[in-house]
Design a protein around this ligand. Structure first.
Ligand code: XMP
Length: 520
């Protein structure tokens, strides 16, 4: 699947590394468009003209597992520079006649790299003493160089940590320049794309905006587009972008499920309807959602009810709008990359995600997915370029099923109101203490247990509020964010003093895995 055939690019061939997306992001951060393709799907005929360089990713396989590794040797005859990282380094070596074996001393974590010979690839990379700390993760190693290659750097236990054949513009590195643990790692990528591939910068929010607006105009023509606006970052950017391209031909539908954050519906109406004058259908479905969720305790049932009801309501209101041909969706690039199953393993289903993905088939609408080339941080930058407020653009992710999955047990209006207030206090304090933007996602949850407390001289018997704050790259894994004791005390006091119904506050210190980010 190749999302864009018009831009010059660095093609990243994925062999299943957990860092492949990071490589693509680093290249884009340097201002150059990059695309990921699975090694199984490579079709060089399609994209040859625009490929100005190729990076081969790392991966969990061994290069000598010939059945699982598909390597297209034609890559070498394309006459474009190739950089192999880790597994990529080993596969270049093996395919060109070198040797790769299980390493006598495997390297995991930091290793000290020593410069042996000059190379364009390492310009400004090493310190004055000719060494650098790099991050390794490998159990195999290159033990014999292919013909025409020379060694550029080594570590104490590995002879061929950087190798090159400058005449053929082929480079191999055993460490990972894309991770932040490698000092100066970006310099290697910068040298590769600008000094070796000689590609020109072509990727910034400004030209993405121009390109995407033109693309929407060309594709949609005079047709109408509908869009499910949630107030989250992705759908907000989609709506603003499409509105810029086709104005009144865009109709947004906003469904108030009653499970949104405090005053979220006001913010959406004020921003999109009043300020930007976007056609917006507001559907107040609070009562319907609360009625359907009565006496439902099971997390998966909750998710299914909310997802299906949302789709039904959306469909009903969309049908009232005549001549609609397109449905806009905030699909992002990571959703499209088929890079996770190189080893053939199937991840088990943890949660049923709520999104509008089921709609187009049922409604026979064509899709407009203008963000399909972008990573989340790029969407945020584009949002700012489109003059959306920082409050919307830098907002933490919020799940489709909303507060329902932050409230184990039965959902009631009373509990939702308590939770909205607690969450609002927590988030406001994070902003006031300049912590909000250091955290990937933070929220308050309401636990379905009541405990005894004492306020004044009276006994209380009220709910327990759980606070969660995590750091993450993409929500797939997460680390706990640790606050200072004083901050926790301020938040806990404010929640208990201001909200009747909560008399105890706890902080969740689990990472993901083993926990998930949301409670349900
Ligand atoms: P979990 O709880 O699976 O969450 O660790 C990972 C990230 O996904 C968000 N999330 C959702 N987003 N629809 C969404 O659009 C959903 O049904 C959904 N469930 C979880 C969650 O907030 C976190 O950012």
């Amino acid at each position: 699947m190749i999302p864009n055939n018009n831009l010059n690019k660095i093609l990243i061939i994925d062999f299943g590394s957990q860092f492949t997306q990071l490589i693509a992001r680093r290249v884009r951060e340097l201002g150059v468009y990059s695309e990921i393709i699975s090694h199984k799907k490579l079709n060089l005929k399609l994209e040859k003209k625009q490929i100005k360089g190729i990076i081969l990713s790392g991966g969990p396989l061994n290069v000598y597992q010939s059945k699982k590794v598909r390597f297209n040797k034609k890559l070498f005859s394309l006459n474009v520079p190739i950089l192999g990282i880790c597994f990529g380094h080993q596969i270049i070596s093996k395919e060109l006649g070198g040797r790769v074996k299980k390493a006598k001393h495997r390297e995991f974590g930091l290793a000290k790299l020593k410069k042996l010979n000059p190379s364009k690839l390492i310009s400004n990379f090493f310190n004055k003493k000719g060494s650098n700390n790099v991050w390794m993760s490998h159990a195999d190693e290159v033990t014999k160089l292919p013909k025409g290659f020379k060694v550029v750097a080594k570590t104490e236990t590995s002879k061929f940590s950087i190798i090159e054949n400058p005449k053929k513009k082929l480079y191999g590195i055993q460490f990972h320049p894309e991770v932040t643990h490698t000092e100066n790692g970006k310099t290697i990528l910068r040298n590769f794309i600008f000094s070796i591939c000689m590609i020109k910068k072509n990727w910034s929010s400004k030209n993405q905006k121009k390109m995407l607006i033109q693309e929407i105009k060309d594709n949609v023509g005079k047709s109408k587009v509908i869009c499910a606006l949630s107030g989250g970052v992705d759908s907000s950017v989609v709506a603003k972008l499409i509105h810029k391209a086709i104005g009144k031909q865009l109709i947004c539908i906003f469904v108030n499920t009653g499970l949104l954050r405090k005053k979220e519906e006001h913010q959406v109406l004020n921003t999109f309807k009043k300020k930007f004058k976007i056609n917006l259908v507001y559907v107040d479905a609070k009562t319907l959602f609360f009625n359907r969720l009565k006496k439902i305790f099971d997390p998966e049932k909750k998710r299914k009810i909310i997802g299906n009801l949302f789709i039904k309501i959306f469909e009903k209101h969309a049908k009232k709008i005549k001549n609609v041909k397109y449905l806009a969706q905030g699909t992002l690039y990571p959703d499209l990359i088929e890079s996770k199953s190189v080893t053939g393993s199937q991840t088990s289903k943890i949660k049923s995600h709520h999104n509008v993905g089921g709609l187009p088939k049922k409604m026979k609408l064509k899709l407009v997915e203008p963000l399909r080339l972008l990573f989340k941080d790029e969407v945020r930058k584009l949002g700012l370029e489109l003059k959306l407020s920082k409050e919307i653009v830098l907002r933490h992710p919020f799940p489709g099923p909303g507060l329902a999955i932050r409230m184990p047990g039965e959902i009631t209006k009373e509990k939702v109101n308590i939770l909205k207030e607690a969450d609002d206090i927590f988030i406001k304090e994070l902003k006031d203490h300049s912590l909000y933007n250091k955290i990937w996602q933070a929220y308050a949850a309401l636990l379905p247990v009541k405990t005894v407390g004492v306020m004044g001289d009276n006994r209380t018997y009220e709910y327990m509020c759980l606070l969660r704050a995590i750091t993450s790259e993409d929500g797939m894994t997460a680390d706990t964010f640790y606050f200072k004791k004083e901050f926790m005390q301020i938040v806990s006091n404010k929640i208990i003093n201001n909200i009747k119904g909560i008399n105890r506050v706890v902080y969740d210190i689990t990472s993901k895995p083993p926990s998930t980010i949301e409670l349900e």
